[in-house]
Design a protein around this ligand. Sequence first.
Ligand code: FPP
Length: 251
Amino acid sequence: MNIPFFKNKKSEEPSLYHDENIADHIAIVMDGNGRWAKKRGMPRIAGHKEGVSTVMNIVKAAVKYKVKVLTLYAFSTENWKRPKSEIDFILRLPKEFLHIYLPELIANNVRIDAIGDMENLPHHTIEAVQYAIDRTRDNDGLQLNFALNYGSRNEILNTMKEMVRDIHDGKLSLDEVDEQQFSRYLYTANLPDPDLLIRTGGEKRLSNFLLWQLAYTEFWFTDVLWPDFSEEEFLNALKEYQQRQRRYGGL
Ligand code: FPP
């Protein structure tokens, strides 16, 4: 049975949002959980917990507004510098999220995938994510990518090493190496580059996220902290994207 996220879809569609220039691939740096918690006198992990509900709200909004791919920066290679208790907490969240929401995601045709160095994550995280990947493999709706233990410089370095290895082994010739070929060695091999990058929490930096893939992406920043990020705010980003003129270096 297909349980739609939204009934009466037509009447809820905001007037300014239209079907043209929809950002197919949206990447999000979900920042501000710690500050959200601090403002309320709560421990940082309370912000991460609240951030899980926001993830589901934004996934629903992405389905509603016909986004094709949503890539969420959930844990970076630099996040290992945080206190162990916080790291352990964050790395339990994918399992918690999937335990609660996987049936609803499946019912809505969402396909789950992950990018990053998964091998070095705790076993329970890998197991939960792999289970969701396997269960949703044949879905062809929104692709929901979790960036877990992801770092862009590391990804680029590994790509370079693998290419050199393949050239050495005669599987690839130096003449074949171009941007397309390079992209095929990245975690995002089967994905289009993001059209829109959203960062919540007021900071304006990339934090080692998708450096190669964001070369021509439109950026959109908001001061709203991730746990407070709403469908309405997400829609503001989509609408602004629709106004942007992308020239890719041309005129
Ligand atoms: C950055 O905020 C946030 C993170 C490092 C963790 C992000 C994780 C989630 C939003 C939950 C992930 C959910 C799933 C389902 C995988 P921060 O802690 O740096 O905030 P601060 O800048 O206010 O300190």
